[in-house]
Ligand binder design. Sequence first.
Ligand SMILES: [Mg+2]
Length: 122
Amino acid sequence: MDIKDAQNKIREFDKVRGWEDSWNLKDLSLNITEEVGEFWNLIKWIDDDKQREVIEKNRIEVSDFIGDTLFLLLKIANQTKVNASLSLQNTLDEYEKRMPSSKMKEVGHANKLAGGFDNKFK
Ligand SMILES: [Mg+2]
């Protein structure tokens, strides 16, 4: 299922329950933090190697975290009439500009999440 299909499926899920006009962005946002907290509880205060081990032993919980969080994000996309597929493409395009692979290999350091490269480490 691609992102557009998932967004449509969630819209239909809400529609058949009479929830298509509900507006609960605050609750949805808070619910995402709850999901992140559940994931955080798996991996907090342990180093990267131990995290890999914990993740391997908790595949179902990790999958639930991803599914639950995507569901909530796509509900927000529906309520705010945002094309989530386009949003993700825009983000990837922006990150490609901020963190070009050639530059990343050159500086050898970057905020791998979103920050881009930092010349002070040259
Ligand atoms: Mg959950």
